[in-house]
Design a protein around this ligand. Structure first.
Ligand code: AP5
Length: 225
């Protein structure tokens, strides 16, 4: 049976999806697609997509499905995704999930697992208000939980650390509302298909990572049995 790992990272804003994705791609040598990063890059470039997406992102709303679905459908069909991929931030709505399932079906493939990193709203607010990101690489830090060695400077390349525009208090609240209304229904969607794996995002970064890695190793063993 297939050893492909076609993975989705699901969870509220600030749950640690990007943090875990960075570790998992090293473990499993998977290509990683973050729709948030793709959209932020498009905004920085000033591309047509970026111009259309910026207002939605700044207010904490989701970018409309029709702007995002093709990006991902095209991405997973690329050659480097043949043995699997890790999607971070997609799907975020039921129509996005359906579009992915349909695209994979056309390639005779399917999602292996949806990894849900759970975190309550209060902790989300703490995480996001303390997050700082590198202007060059996007590498993330947290003022209290994962501070850089030198304040305001990326450990990896010495670039400046900044706060994301959508990590301001008023926008965080809206992102949480949007998550509960539009993205949380995906928990039931993947659970009913037997694809959901839950992880306690309030544990340390290393513990969450260890739990996910163990679950994926088990999944691979089950698939090869
Ligand atoms: P996106 O960039 O995807 O934002 P998000 O889902 O809100 O997720 P975040 O990146 O904020 O958080 P994360 O879970 O990755 O947490 P992180 O690891 O950084 O999307 C941004 C916007 O783009 C959306 O609002 C929307 O407008 C648009 N968009 C994107 N995808 C879309 C789609 N598919 N459809 C429509 N619109 C879309 O961690 C957070 C902080 O906590 C960091 O400081 C980190 O150091 C710290 N931390 C992480 N783990 C731990 C831990 N275990 N303990 C303590 N601290 C931790």
């Amino acid at each position: 049976m297939s050893q492909e790992l076609n993975l989705i990272l699901l969870g509220p804003p600030g749950a640690g999806k990007g943090t875990q994705a960075a570790r998992l791609v090293q473990d499993f040598r998977l290509p990683w697609a973050s729709t948030g990063d793709m959209l932020r890059a498009a905004v920085t470039e000033g591309s047509d997509l970026g111009l259309k997406a910026k207002g939605f992102m700044d207010s904490g709303a989701l970018v409309p499905d029709d702007l995002i679905v093709d990006l991902i459908v095209e991405r997973v069909a690329q050659e480097d995704c043949e043995d699997g991929f890790l999607l971070d931030g997609y799907p975020r709505t039921i129509p996005q999930a359906d579009a992915l399932a349909e695209a994979l079906e056309g390639l005779d493939r399917k999602v292996t697992a949806a990894l849900l990193v759970e975190l309550d709203d209060e902790e989300v607010i703490r995480r996001l208000s303390g997050r700082r990101v590198c202007v060059t690489s996007g590498h993330g830090y947290h003022l209290d939980f994962d501070p850089p060695k030198h304040e305001g400077v990326c450990d990896q390349d010495g670039s400046r650390l900044v706060q994301r525009d959508d990590d301001k208090a008023e926008v965080i609240e809206n992102r949480l509302e949007v998550y509960h209304a539009q993205t949380e229904p995906l928990v039931e969607y993947f659970e009913s298909r037997g694809l959901l794996r839950r992880f306690d995002g309030s544990r340390s970064q290393t513990e969450v990572h260890d739990h996910i890695r163990a679950a994926l190793a088990t999944l691979r063993l089950e698939e090869s049995a």
